[in-house]
Design a protein around this ligand. Sequence first.
Ligand code: ATP
Length: 274
Amino acid sequence: MSNGLSSLQLTPVDLSQKIKLGSKSASIEDSVDKTALEAATNTLLTRLSELQEAFYADGRHALLLVLQGRDASGKDGVIKTVYGAFNPIGVHVAAFGPPTPLELRHDFLWRVHQVVPPRGMVGVFNRSHYEDVLAVRVRELAPESVWRARFEHINTFERMLADSGVIIRKCMLHVSSEEQHERLTARLDDPTKNWKFRLEDLKDRDRWDAYTDAYREMLERCSTPWAPWYVVPSDNKAVRNHLIARMLVETLESTNSVFPPMDDAVRTAAEGFA
Ligand code: ATP
């Protein structure tokens, strides 16, 4: 294809190389035809909704998309646009803010396990258990011995989910410092976006490099064959949505979901109905 679309594909992080999290890797190098991109994304979104129906009826698997990213990296946008393609009846969305006092009295995975989608459903996490090795690490909310042990806890937890039929895909929405600055400024300037602006966002922006280190180690330690991490160049929202939609289409297609045939007893009982 000459419109640059064929190269738009996500692959799991390559653990044999240093993961690039600089400004350059937040956007794709090839130029992409905007109109062709929009059309191709719409085709993927239609395909997602078709695939979801068989996935739901088949009921052997659940799908869980984990979204992590800095403030204003587009987590809400992905949910609105990509998950917006699905029939809401089969969708499960969970968002993770600061833990409540009760949640803090439990292990860090307690609140997470409860909202893992059941088989048949497509789920998405807006932030996740990874905050417990990101925000907790960078803001020094727990000692290193505590958050460091969590890499292994997370891998084991996700392995158990995968063994139980949950297909896990994890996307880090990677924005450059320049793009985040622009988006946060828009939140300050635009009265319809003021409500999204939080002081904590500014504090986290000051800790940019510490977050980069935390993200890098998270990607290195927790990208596994059963729950791979993808770094999604997210400075361009249309590219970001296209990449994630394509990866999800490929994931759902790989399940070979089928509509279950009618039970013989039901068919016999319904004879003469039509
Ligand atoms: P967002 O910033 O995701 O759009 P928001 O502004 O509505 O969401 P909340 O969802 O209430 O805010 O909370 C998000 C905040 O909660 C983030 O700053 C995140 O770092 C923090 N958070 C999430 N999980 C944890 C955790 N386990 N420990 C500490 N902080 C956490």
